[in-house]
Design a protein around this ligand. Sequence first.
Ligand code: SF4
Ligand code: SF4
Ligand code: SF4
Ligand code: FES
Length: 554
Amino acid sequence: MAELIKVTINGQVFQVEKGARLIDVCRENGYAIASFCYYADLALQASCRMCLVRIEKMPKLQTSCTITCDREMVVTTESEEIEKARRGMVEFLLANHPLDCPVCDRGGECELQEMVFDWGDLEERFTERKNYAPEKFLSPIVANDSQRCILCKRCTRVCDEWMGEDAIEAGGRGAHTVIGTYGGWLNCSQCGNCIEVCPTGTLLDATYRHQTRPWELGRTTSTCSFCSDGCQLSVGSRRGEVMRVVARDRYVNGHNGEFLCIKGRFAHPFVNHDERLRTPLVRYKKGGRLVPATWEEAVRFAAQKLQEVKDTHGGGAIGVVGSPRLTNESNWAMLRFAREVAGTDKYMASEAFSLVPFFENLSAPLATHRDIRHAKTIVLVGGEPEELQPLTGRQVRQAVRNGGARLVIFNSVPIRLKEQAAQFVHIRPGSEDAAVLALASPGDAEVAARKLGVSADEIGLASQFISETAGDVVLMFGGELSAEAQAVIAQLPAIFGEKEGRRFLLHPLPLFNNSVGVHDLARCTSPAASSLRTSKIARTRSRASTCSSFRSFS
Ligand code: SF4
Ligand code: SF4
Ligand code: SF4
Ligand code: FES
C-alpha cells in the first residue's frame, strides 16, 4: 500500500497517498478544479492551464494535473490571482471561437459554455476578425465545426489510447491549428468516442446534430445489450423516439466511463425502425397468414396450443428455448415456465460457444475490466476482443500502452491488437487447442509447435513471460477452443502453480451479452439463489491437479 502523507488544501489537512495526482485529490475532497485537457487515465497533455493552483514554496502557479502529492504540500485552489490567470486562458481560447452558443449543437452541455456561465461574464479584448471555417463531415457519423476547437486533444488521445486508431491529429500551426484527418476523411472504426469526450461543439454526432436540444431529451440509464462488456449508457429520447445514445459522465457513471463502441453508440435506429414488429402476430391456421393480435390474444392462443400438445403427447414433447441475450431474471422465468408449467426438462438457451467445460474446471477467479487494465501479462488464445468485447479490447490496449503490460497473442489472424503485442504467435487456423496444450505441458511443446506451425522457442518465450510475471496474469480465450482445451485453460493457473506476487485471472470472450449468466441459470437444477451460490464457489475453488478432460486431451 502506498505511503500516506499529509497535504493541506485551502487550509484543511487531508491524508492522501503519496504520489496521488493533485487535481484528483482536490476533486475527491470537494474542491472543484476546472480542466479541459486533463482526462483521467489518458496520457497527460497539460496544455489548457485551466487547472492552475498555488502551491507554497513554488514560484509560479502550477498545473494541478501534472503535480503529484508530496509531504506537507500546502495548496490553494481559489484566489483572485488564480481566477485572473484562468480568465486570461479562456480569453485566449475564445480569441477565434464564435460566441454563438444558441446555434451550437453542443449548447447546453458544453464545458466551455458552462465555465463562462459560472463566472457570469468574461472580458474579450481581441477585436481582430476571427478565423472562420465552415462546418464539414469527417465521416457519416462525425461532423466537425473546427472553429470551436480549444485544442485540448482529448479526441486525439482517446482515438490513439482507447481505440489504437490514431485517425485524427492536430494539423497546421499557431492560431491556424485544427484537428483533422489524414486525407480529409475518417478511415476508422467510427466509434464516436472522440465526439463523446470533446468538451465543445467541435466534433459532433452527425446522426443526431441539430435535431433536438439536450434539455428537450428524456434520459434513461440502461445497459448495452450488444456484448458481454455491459457498458452503461444513457438513452436520450423525445416524444417516445430514441434520438441518441451517449455515455457522457454528466448523465451516466458506468464502469466503461465515457467509452462506447460503434454498436453501443450508433446501432439504436432499429428501435424506431418502421419495419420493427410492435405487436404480436398469430398464425391461427397452418398455412394461413400472420394476423396482428393483442398480447392477451397471443398469450391465450399460445397457451391453448401448448396445452393441446401436453394433453396429447405429454410435457416432454415441449421444448423451451431461452436466450443468452436475455437477462438472468428472464431466463430464470423461462426455465421455471418450462419445468413448472409446460412440465418439460427440455430447456436450453441457444449458445454457439458453450462455456460449460471452462466453468466446471475453474482454478482462478475471473478478471474484471479493472484487473485487465492493470494486468502485467495478458495471454490471448484465439478470439478478437475488439469484435467480441470492444471495451475489453480497450482495457488490453491501455494495459500495454499506459501500464506497460506484456501482451502475448496466439491467433491465426493478425488481429489489430497485434500492434500492441510483445509477442504475436501466428498459428495455423484451427490449431488453438495446441497452443493451450503447449502452455500447459512444456514437455509436449515440440509436438504442439509442429501442429501450430511455429517454432518451439516461440512457445518457450510465451511460457517465460507468464513464469516471470510479478503481478496479474490474465488468460483470455475465444470460441475457437474445444471443450477439452477450455478445461485445460481453466486449469492453467493451477498447472503453473503459486508464486509470490503473481496472481492468475481468467477471461473468456463469450459471444453474447449474457452468455455467462445463462450458463449459471440454465444448468441449475436447484432454485436460482442456490445455483448462483454454487457457481460462486466454483469460481473461487482452486484445484491443484489437472482434470480428467486434460488427461484425455493431452
Ligand atoms: S470515431 Fe473513434 S476511431 Fe474514429 S476518429 Fe473518433 S475516436 Fe478515433
Ligand atoms: S476537437 Fe474537441 S476534443 Fe478535440 S482538441 Fe478540439 S475541443 Fe478538444
Ligand atoms: S463494448 Fe460491448 S457493451 Fe460496450 S458499447 Fe460496445 S457492444 Fe455495447
Ligand atoms: S487540465 Fe491541467 S493543463 Fe489542462
